[in-house]
Design a protein around this ligand. Structure first.
Ligand code: FDA
Ligand code: NAP
Length: 451
C-alpha cells in the first residue's frame, strides 16, 4: 500500500513509526477500540523500515528462550479475549495441547517470533514495510503552523519520499545499539544486534579465535553459541564483572514489571524512582538467565575434567584498544585486578555492550524538538499517557513507546507492559477528542466487549 498524504485528502488519526511488538500491540488496541465503537472509525497506519516483519532476527540463536511469560503477549494483559493472544496463536497452530504438556511459561525466542509473524500477518493492511520515517514536522498551512497536525516524511525502498498528515504519531523505533567510544563496527567487529547475519557471512572455518565483550544476556548467549557451533575455535569471553550475574526474575522482584508499578514510578518521588533502579536494575541489565550461566559453567568445568581448554574467561577486564592486523582484529585488554595489559588477535570480535533507548529528537529535528519540554537533566518530559509535553500549545500528539525509562520506569524497553501501555495510548488518542484523561478501565472494558 502506498500512501501519499495530501492535506485535503487524508488526515490520519494515528501514524505509528516502527512495527515491532510495541506498535503491533498498539495496532491491535486500535483495532479492538474501533470494533467497540464502529460509529467512530479511526484512520491509522504504521511504517516499518524492514522489508518484512522481524524481531531481533540477528539474535534468534538456537535454544534461547523468552524472558517473559507467554501471557505477556501483544494483547492479553489488556484484553484476555483478544484474537491476537499467544494462546490464540497456539490454537491456530494446532499446538495448544502440546504447549500445555510442555509446562513452560517461557517459550523459545523462535516460537515467540513465529507468534509475532502470525500476528503481523493478521495486521498486514495496517502497515507498509520497507519504508523508513525520516522526519516529523509540524503541520503548516500557507506558511503558518497548524497546532493540531503533523507531517510525517517517509522514504520507501527506492528512495522516494512522501509526506503523510496525521493528528498523532507514536514513535516506537526500538533500541539503539551501543558500542564503546572509539569502536566502529565492521567486517570483523560486530555489535550483538548484527550477530547472525555477520556470522553467516563468514566461513566458520576461518573463525579460529573469537571474542565476546560484555556480561549481559546477549554476551552470554553469543559466547555459548560460538563455543557450540565452532568446535575448533578458541572462544574468549571478556567480562567487565567478576563473573556473570543472574537476572532476578523471582516473584517479588518481578513486580517491578507490573502495570501498577508504572504509576508508582511515574508519580513517585525522585528517591522512589532512584530506589527502583538501585534495587532492581538486576532484573534486566548486565545480567544473565540462570540456565545460560549454568550451561557456560558446565562447558568450562567439562574442559577442566578433560584437561583441554578453548573457552577462556577474562574477568574484571575491559577492552582499551581495538585495531586491525592485516587478516584479523587486534584488541588490547586491561585487567582491573592488576592493571595488566594483554594483546589478543581474533578473527571476530563481538561487542555485546547493550543499547540506548529511543531518542525522539532524532526524528523531530532540532527546530521541532524545541517545542517539547525537557527536565532539569535534559530528558524529554512525558505525560503519564506517554505523550511528549509541549510548551507551545501544540494539540497534536507525539507519543513514545520506548525511551521513557526516566519517566515510566523499567518496562519502557521491554515487552512486559506493552499490551497495557498500548491500550493507554489508544485511549489517550481516542479520548483526546473530548479530553485527555487516561482511563485504564475504559480500554479493558471496551476492548473486552469488542472481542
Ligand atoms: P523493536 O526494536 O522490536 O521494534 C522497533 C521497530 O522499529 C523495528 O522493527 C525497526 O526496524 C523499526 N524502525 C526503527 N526506526 C524506524 C524508522 N525511522 N522508520 C520505520 N521503522 C523504524 N524484552 C522482553 O520483555 N522480553 C524478552 O524476552 C526480550 N528479549 C529480547 C531479546 C533481544 C535479543 C533483545 C535485543 C531485546 C529483547 N527484549 C526483550 C527487549 C526488546 O526491547 C523488546 O523485546 C522489544 O523489541 C521492544 O519492542 P519495540 O517494538 O518497542 O522495539
Ligand atoms: P546489557 O544487559 O545492557 O549488557 C551489556 C553488557 O556490556 C554489560 O555487561 C556491560 O557492563 C557491558 N559493557 C558495556 N559497555 C562496555 C564496555 N565499554 N566495555 C566492556 N563491557 C561493556 O545488554 P544485552 O545483554 O544486550 O541486553 C539488552 C536487553 O536485551 C536486555 O533487556 C536483555 O534482557 C535483552 N535480551 C534478551 C534476550 C532473550 O530474551 N533471550 C537475549 C539477549 C538480550 P556494565 O554492567 O559494566 O555496564
Amino acid at each position: 500500500m502506498g500512501i501519499t498524504g495530501r492535506r485535503h485528502q487524508e488526515i490520519y488519526d494515528v501514524i505509528g513509526i516502527g512495527f515491532g511488538p510495541s506498535n503491533m500491540s498498539l495496532a491491535i488496541a486500535l483495532e479492538e477500540h474501533e470494533a467497540s465503537a464502529p460509529q467512530q472509525p479511526l484512520r491509522y497506519h504504521f511504517f516499518e523500515r524492514q522489508p518484512t516483519f522481524g524481531w531481533h532476527r540477528n539474535m534468534l540463536l538456537p535454544s534461547t528462550t523468552m524472558q517473559i511469560s507467554f501471557l505477556k503477549d501483544l494483547a492479553t494483559f489488556r484484553n484476555p479475549l483478544s484474537r491476537f493472544s499467544f494462546i490464540s496463536f497456539l490454537h491456530s497452530s494446532n499446538r495448544l495441547v502440546q504447549f500445555v504438556n510442555n509446562q513452560d511459561f517461557f517459550p523459545t525466542r523462535q516460537e515467540f517470533h513465529q507468534y509475532l509473524e502470525w500476528a503481523a500477518a493478521g495486521l498486514s493492511d495496517r502497515v507498509t514495510y520497507g519504508t523508513e520515517v525520516v522526519s516529523i514536522r509540524p503541520g503548516t498551512e500557507g506558511g503558518t503552523l497548524t497546532p493540531d497536525l503533523l507531517e510525517i516524511e517517509v522514504r520507501d525502498g527506492d528512495g522516494t519520499t512522501s509526506v503523510v498528515i496525521t493528528r498523532n504519531v507514536v514513535i516506537s523505533t526500538g533500541l539503539v545499539p551501543r558500542l564503546p567510544e572509539g569502536v566502529t563496527a565492521g567486517e570483523r567487529v560486530w555489535h550483538s544486534s548484527q550477530f547472525l547475519s555477520r556470522f553467516h557471512a563468514r566461513d566458520p572455518r576461518e573463525l579460529k579465535r573469537v571474542a565476546v565483550v560484555g556480561a549481559g544476556q546477549s554476551a552470554a548467549e553469543i559466547t555459548r553459541f560460538f563455543y557450540d557451533s565452532l568446535p575448533h575455535a578458541e572462544v574468549f569471553a571478556v567480562i567487565p564483572s567478576y563473573g556473570y550475574s543472574v537476572a532476578d526474575d523471582t516473584p517479588f522482584a518481578n513486580q517491578v514489571f507490573d502495570p501498577g508499578a508504572v504509576d508508582e514510578y511515574y508519580y513517585g518521588t525522585d528517591r522512589a524512582r532512584d530506589a527502583f533502579w538501585r534495587y532492581h536494575r538486576n532484573t534486566n541489565y548486565s545480567v544473565v538467565d540462570t540456565d545460560v550461566i549454568r550451561a557456560l559453567y558446565q562447558r568450562s568445568y567439562d574442559e577442566q575434567v578433560r584437561g583441554t581448554q578453548r573457552l577462556h574467561f577474562r574477568n574484571l577486564t575491559r577492552v582499551v584498544e581495538v585495531g586491525s592486523t592485516g587478516e584479523g582484529t587486534r584488541m588490547v585488554l586491561r585487567s582491573l585486578l592488576d592493571d595488566r595489559r594483554e594483546d589478543l588477535a581474533v578473527d571476530a570480535l563481538v561487542f555485546a555492550t547493550g543499547y540506548d533507548g529511543v531518542d525522539p529528537a532524532r526524528l523531530l529535528g532540532d527546530g521541532f524538538d524545541a517545542h517539547f519540554e525537557r527536565d532539569a537533566a535534559g530528558r524529554h518530559r512525558v505525560e503519564r499517557d506517554y505523550r511528549l509535553v509541549s510548551s507551545s500549545g501544540l494539540t497534536c500528539g507525539v507519543y513514545l513507546q520506548g525511551g521513557t525509562e526516566h519517566s515510566h520506569g523499567l518496562t519502557s524497553s521491554l515487552l512486559s507492559n506493552m499490551a497495557v501501555r498500548s491500550g493507554e495510548i489508544a485511549d489517550s488518542i481516542v479520548l483526546g477528542r473530548t479530553g485527555r484523561e487516561l482511563d485504564r478501565t475504559h480500554s479493558v472494558q471496551e476492548a473486552s466487549s469488542a472481542a
